[in-house]
Design a protein around this ligand. Sequence first.
Ligand SMILES: C/C(=C\CNc1ncnc2c1ncn2[C@@H]1O[C@H](COP(=O)(O)O)[C@@H](O)[C@H]1O)CO
Length: 216
Amino acid sequence: MHTDPWRVMRIQSEFVEGFGSLAELGRAVAVFGSARTPADHPAYRLAEQVGAGLVRAGYTVITGGGPGVMEAANKGATEAGGTSVGLGIELPFEAGLNEYVNVGINFRYFFVRKMMFVKYSEGFVVLPGGVGTLDELFEALTLVQTGKITSFPIVLLGREFWGPLMDWVVGTLVGEGMIAPEDVDLVRLTDDVDECVRWIVQEREERGRSDFIPTS
Ligand SMILES: C/C(=C\CNc1ncnc2c1ncn2[C@@H]1O[C@H](COP(=O)(O)O)[C@@H](O)[C@H]1O)CO
């Protein structure tokens, strides 16, 4: 028997559950980063601070709900009294949602989960990470670059980690004509949590002004 038609139903049910659970979230920002960062690593502390800072600025924090940087951002958000969302993924070696998630959903399909991050966030903060983090970063960048989403701040937090990537982006991608020079401005780089949160708030304010249509 062909199983693909049943797979479609399963995929559809993940979309329905995601939309149903997240529709009322309000303003949210997604925080990404390594699943392997230990609690004594500076990036863990940075993620905690950005989770708390985003809550204080009025945002819900959304992460992948896993360990490491995800846990740290959820911890900061929860301890600051905010909504701390975990969009978990079923993995063979999965440990479940971290203890600081207060709204959690588990997905089987990465692509469904990835769509939820973009649909329910108005910006991404990206801390040091590996393949999963890079996938999430470049997915967002592709959507912004192609105009599929607009006014979507992407902040790389951690100059030492991300600086060499940005040097390569400028030197090789721009240098070889693979991207336009202005595409580099689609991401911002900082070590400063307050600056990161401020950029996200500013973008929202600018968006608010451009969305405003005088009625008289
Ligand atoms: C590696 C371990 C657990 C993995 N558990 C994960 N749970 C939730 N989300 C995950 C997990 N692993 C990867 N992700 C997603 O990718 C990003 C982190 O990947 P990276 O390769 O570590 O950079 C993260 O933002 C998640 O959305 C056991 O320690």
